[in-house]
Design a protein around this ligand. Structure first.
Ligand code: AMP
Length: 213
């Protein structure tokens, strides 16, 4: 099963993507995580991506598409995957569809986790991330056992630069301008499914499972 998660930054699509990956036994592929891993390792790709990410801008399509196609070509993705944060533009979606089409494959569902803007800014300021292992938390909704410390690896938790309020406003603007048109794109393909992302995490997940079967 190949699934795309859509939704504004902070809508909770990353959390849901991880839950889907676990339940259905497919890899969780996050372009944001791939970029962050590259930044951490000081690669050339990481240096280039960081310039955009720190401003809440999208990394250029050419670079993003390449890393995504390389990732889904790996063996563990042969049985499907859940994409979190890709595609974010119509050209990205088109390149993915073309690449899949060449192998007679296609995306099964695009799941839109719908949350109004006013909820987003509030949510994102509470997000905390572990830069070492990639685990994410929320001070109210998914608190770590010990404040400021990662449950999985014991490292310090931080508010990511791209979750800071001024960056969040930028990311929302970018989302509406560049990513939201994908809702129409996947509606036309007949694979868009919308879930109410304002419900609590478990309820959102139940709604998604009811769709995916
Ligand atoms: P995320 O963790 O998905 O919220 O991504 C964090 C940041 O990485 C975004 O704000 C973008 O700067 C960049 N990024 C991640 N995925 C993409 C994508 N598909 N296209 C362009 N930029 C992306």
């Amino acid at each position: 099963m190949k699934i795309i998660m859509l939704g504004a930054p902070g809508a909770g699509k990353g959390t849901q993507a991880k839950m889907i990956a676990e339940k259905y036994g497919i890899p969780h592929v996050s372009t944001g995580d791939i970029f962050r891993a590259n930044i951490k390792n000081g690669t050339a790709l990481g240096k280039e991506a960081k310039q955009y990410m720190d401003q809440g801008l999208l990394v250029p399509d050419e670079l993003t598409v390449k890393i995504l196609l390389d990732r889904v070509a790996q063996e563990d993705c042969a049985g499907g995957y859940v994409l979190d944060g890709f595609p974010r533009t119509i050209p990205q979606a088109q390149v993915l569809d073309e690449a899949l089409g060449k192998q007679n494959e296609s995306i099964d569902y695009a799941v839109d986790v719908d949350v109004p803007d006013e909820n987003i800014v509030k949510r994102m300021s509470g997000r905390r991330a572990c830069l070492k292992c990639g685990a994410t938390y929320h001070v109210e909704h998914i608190p770590p056992k010990q404040e400021g410390i990662c449950d999985s690896c014991g490292s310090d938790l931080v508010l990511r630069d791209d979750d800071k309020p001024e960056t969040v406003q930028n990311r929302l603007k970018v989302y509406h301008e560049q990513t939201q048109p994908l809702i129409e794109y996947y509606t036309q393909k007949g694979i868009l499914r919308t879930v109410d992302g304002t419900m609590d995490m478990e309820e959102v997940f139940r709604a998604i499972v009811a769709i995916l079967g």
